[in-house]
Write a protein that binds this ligand. Structure first.
Ligand code: ZN
Length: 211
């Protein structure tokens, strides 16, 4: 149904306007169809991060200790906010966005400046095999300090540093050091949010007559 809707919308729109790209909610059939048509596919950050938030909630649920649950909830919230801020700051630069996102793991350790070319793999101390091959190869090429160091308007952290050996840190890092998340990060754009369409549809469903 959703795929058929996309096909009909596209054929109608493309006869009227020139389309530079398509932003979708990562519906598998739709993405695969658009890619087969050689379309420039982007993902709406809210939808994509909703899936990540679901994974984080499952992880939190699986923890036995109440204090760990609270700490993981806090760290997860900080990470999601950081991803949104990284998408905004990078302004469509996929590599910068990736470096900003992974700099979170240095920042939470209390490391706010680091040598250029530092490898992402140095962020993880054990269980190296649980990260994807791309994560093992990537480095901080352009970023070597946190935004709050260079931007007076960006607030410093008031959180206690977290050890890289901690289970909470390692668990979140392993969750995002995966091929799917790293690839999707490059396709998310803050200026490609579909919230306007979602809002329009929620009103239209209520007030438009069925036809
Ligand atoms: Zn920092």
């Amino acid at each position: 149904m959703e795929l058929e809707g996309v096909k009909r919308c596209l054929s109608s729109l493309e006869s009227e306007v020139t389309m530079n790209g398509d932003t979708v909610d990562k519906h598998n059939q739709v993405v695969s169809f658009l890619q087969s048509e050689n379309k420039d596919v982007r993902f709406d950050p809210w939808h994509r991060l909703k899936a990540l938030k679901k994974d984080l909630r499952c992880l939190i649920k699986s923890l036995d200790n109440e204090e760990d649950k609270q700490n993981m909830t806090e760290l997860s919230k900080r990470f999601i906010i950081h991803v949104y801020a990284s998408l905004e700051k990078s302004n469509g630069d996929a590599k910068l966005c990736q470096e900003l996102v992974f700099s979170f793991f240095l920042h939470v350790q209390g490391i706010h400046q680091w040598p250029r070319k530092r490898k992402y793999i140095e962020l993880i101390l054990a269980n190296e095999k649980k990260v994807c091959p791309r994560f093992k190869k990537e480095k901080f090429e352009t970023l070597n300090e946190c935004r709050h160091i260079t931007e007076a308007t960006h607030p410093d952290s008031n959180h206690e540093p977290i050890a890289a050996e901690s289970k909470l840190y390692q668990t979140i890092l392993e969750l995002v050091a995966k091929t799917a998340f790293m690839n999707d990060l490059g396709k998310m754009r803050i200026d490609k949010m579909t919230s306007y369409v979602e809002n329009f549809h929620s009103v239209a469903i209520l007030y438009r007559t069925a036809c």
